[in-house]
Design a protein around this ligand. Structure first.
Ligand code: MN
Length: 493
């Protein structure tokens, strides 16, 4: 079964009637062969449905069919033969789905000894796809162009990355973002225009009172709590110090009850992402910590302090990363290690880091929270795994959204931090601490991010293109000076 079994992609293969029915039959058969190869490929996360088109009417009908299908997350086009592009104008004009132009050819090799004009006419993607690309550019259509033989791993991988981004975008239009309370007071970067956000990303962001959770919390039954507690014991380590301390164990049970209440509310509202804030907890015993962490592990997006943009981004990144190794979390840049040549960022949050990024089995601990004025919250404490990761953030510039991505290298903790009672990740930003942070700050990047070992820069680039937003990618040393120049130029607009 495919990772995204409720989504599909349409492969619209262009040709024309000029060459006669025999050629069109061959094109049809080749399109089916390519689709079957993609559909059997383990890295392809969704099914591809092929269709061959020969006229403006058929092209418009193919686009209409794809656009009317809520399961269709995107359209891949490829010209097997020449397919005059004025035939495509109507279809393109009506299209609202993400586009990928696959520039491939059915035959890998030129058949040196047997090649004749029939072969040339059948296999002229080199020619037909240029005509196709011209029209897409002429009409100002954003699309990903993937070049190479369709069986090459790199081609499959680039299409798969785009599919993951396209499904994340499709998911963003149907899974709501619910906000429990407003943004943290006086904070700027977590604010934004929710109308613009829905127009751009499809995110339906709506606010609710925390009473929605408090009310559901009161009606959670003891047996439901025991069931969730059992799941905690399977997933996490519960140290004897907590298990044998009735007060602390009760705090864990309260988090289980909060999780049940939150999960019920998310189901009732059709939400895929949510926010909380420590400034609005009336009726709750603690700030949801362990509860939020366990919900994130199940694929929900989350943003703390009312940060709905990051909540939606984390949901999108978790969708992109589905079934991949690595893990994805809400993250905050917290504090630095500024030793020359070994500068590091320590990422963490008050509580809410997703256990999917843990290097070892997370421990449940109960500690006081210095803000919020509630009971000591239970939370998962762990070190994040080492390895290549990305940190991504979306900011609202007033008239545009900007995605900022930094590639980072997470490293093992050089020393234990026995007095730090939260989950933490330690990383070196790329290409260097100085350049990465200079560019991140200059770009206006937030302190909250989506942090992932599975999501790639390519997926995020595809996502930004699909949403039609600005993007800044930090990680390539060669591009640093250019990027600084570009960002400084943007400041003067
Ligand atoms: Mn925060």
């Amino acid at each position: 079964m495919k990772t995204f079994d409720t989504y599909c992609f349409h492969l619209i293969v262009g040709t024309q009637t000029l060459y006669g029915p025999a050629v069109i039959e061959q094109v049809r058969s080749h399109a089916a062969t390519i689709a079957a190869f993609f559909n059997e490929h383990p890295r392809m996360p969704a099914t591809v449905l092929p269709e061959v088109v020969t006229s403006p009417e058929e092209i418009a009908a193919a686009f209409r069919k794809a656009n009317a299908d809520p399961a269709c997350a995107g359209i891949i086009t490829w010209m097997h033969t020449f397919s005059p592009s004025k035939m495509w104008i109507r279809g393109f004009a009506e299209n609202t789905k993400p586009l990928l132009h696959l520039h491939t050819q059915f035959n890998r090799d030129i058949p040196w000894s047997s090649i004749d004009m029939d072969f040339m006419n059948l296999n002229q993607s080199a020619h037909g796809d240029r005509e196709h690309g011209f029209m897409q550019t002429r009409m100002g259509l954003a699309r990903k162009v993937v070049v190479g033989f369709w069986q090459d791993e790199e081609v499959v991988s680039r299409i798969a990355a785009w599919m993951r981004a396209a499904v994340a975008y499709a998911d963003g239009m149907v899974s709501r973002v619910v906000r429990l309370g407003d943004n943290m007071r006086e904070v700027a970067v977590t604010e934004g225009n929710k109308v613009s956000a829905q127009m751009t990303f499809g995110w339906q962001v709506n606010g609710y009172g925390i009473a929605e959770i408090a009310q559901r919390y009161r009606y959670v039954s003891p047996s439901e709590i025991e069931e969730v507690l059992q799941q905690y014991l399977e997933r996490y380590e519960l140290p004897a110090a907590v298990r044998n301390n009735p007060t602390q164990l009760n705090r864990v049970r309260e988090q289980a009850a909060l999780e049940i209440a939150l999960r019920r509310f998310l189901a009732d509202t059709g939400a895929g992402a949510f926010t909380t804030t420590f400034e609005d907890l009336a009726g709750l015993p603690q700030l949801p910590g362990l509860a939020v962490q366990n919900l994130m592990a199940d694929g929900y997006g989350f943003g703390a302090e009312g940060d709905w943009k990051t909540a939606a981004l984390v949901r999108a990144m978790k969708t992109m990363a589905r079934d991949m190794a690595g893990g994805t979390s809400f993250m905050e840049d917290y504090t630095y290690h500024l030793e020359a040549g070994n500068e590091l960022v320590l990422g963490a949050h008050m509580l809410e880091i997703c256990p999917s990024i843990a290097a070892e089995k997370p421990r449940i601990e109960v500690h006081p929270l210095s803000i919020g004025g509630k009971d000591d919250p239970a939370r998962l404490v762990f070190d994040a795994r080492p390895g290549r990761a990305v940190a991504a953030t979306i900011i609202d510039l007033g008239d545009a959204f900007r995605l900022i991505v930094n590639e980072v290298e997470a490293v093992p903790l050089p020393h234990a931090m026995p007095r730090l009672p939260v989950a933490r990740a330690l990383w070196k930003p790329l290409p260097s601490f100085r350049d990465a942070l200079e560019l991140w700050i200059l770009a206006g990047g937030a302190h909250h991010s989506g942090y992932s070992y599975a999501v790639t820069t390519e997926m995020l680039e595809d996502y930004a293109r699909i949403a039609g937003i600005e993007s800044v990618f930090i990680g390539n040393a060669a591009e640093t000076a250019l990027l600084r120049h570009e960002l400084e130029h943007k400041l003067r607009r």
